[in-house]
Design a protein around this ligand. Structure first.
Ligand SMILES: Cc1cc2nc3c(=O)[nH]c(=O)nc-3n(C[C@H](O)[C@H](O)[C@H](O)COP(=O)(O)O)c2cc1C
Length: 203
């Protein structure tokens, strides 16, 4: 069966949210659909999941430090930004959303987004009070206004034990949005059998 994301390169940005532990499953799903996935992390993101995990799962070097000498395949942010077909930030913190909305580019995630011409999908994850903070709302509205796509967080019990909206959207919803933007069929993205590495509710 054809893999829907074959030939596509996706930059997965991982930021400092407790939901970062779900990012490896997102990466695996994208890879199972044929995508080449390159991971960029903020420093805070590395506090939650190690770059080694993403390197092992993606088979690519993980970008964290913009001042590090170029990786083995000499990718730096401008070349990388041109190479990718889509940027997905999952999970996205309130901080990274604010930075991108303000034109700040001082970490590998915001820097790559700034340099990219590709579609950008942002899946926020945060405490309900943060998500309902009008500043976060204004930042999201601003980014949607210039063409960024958001995958709305779900309602549920958050890491703090509080219930409300802020939980990272389900993996399927995030991947479907990616497929949709890359003009692949969202239906076919939910492959049965071995391609379907993670099922709803599994993470
Ligand atoms: C245990 C813990 C969990 C956190 N979870 C979140 C979160 O889910 N969403 C969020 O926006 N910030 C969260 N933060 C705060 C961010 O890590 C902090 O704002 C950080 O500066 C974000 O940096 P980054 O956007 O560069 O990754 C958390 C902090 C800690 C210590």
């Amino acid at each position: 069966m054809a893999k829907d994301l074959e030939g596509k390169t996706i930059l997965l940005g991982v930021t400092g949210s407790i939901a970062a532990y779900k990012a490896p499953a997102i990466l695996r799903k994208l890879k199972s659909l044929g995508a080449d996935v390159i991971v960029a992390m903020t420093k805070a993101g590395t506090e939650f999941v190690t770059p080694l995990t993403f390197k092992a799962l993606s088979g690519n070097s993980v970008l964290v430090d913009m001042f590090e000498p170029a990786t083995e395949w000499q990718i730096e942010h401008v070349i990388l930004a041109q190479k990718v077909d889509l940027v997905l930030i999952a999970p996205a913190t309130a901080n990274i959303i604010g930075k991108i909305a303000s034109g700040i580019a001082d970490d590998m995630v915001s820097l790559t987004v700034m340099a990219a011409k590709a579609s950008v999908v942002i899946a926020p994850a945060m405490n309900v009070n943060m998500y309902e903070n009008p500043i976060v709302g204004e930042n999201i509205k601003k980014l949607e206004g210039v063409g960024y796509t958001f995958v709305e967080p779900g309602v549920g019990v958050l890491a703090t034990g509080v219930e409300g909206r802020g939980r990272l959207a389900e993996l399927e919803e995030i991947v479907e949005k990616v497929c949709e933007l890359l003009r692949a069929s969202p239906m076919n993205c939910d492959l049965p059998g071995e391609g379907n590495l993670v099922r709803k509710g599994e993470i």
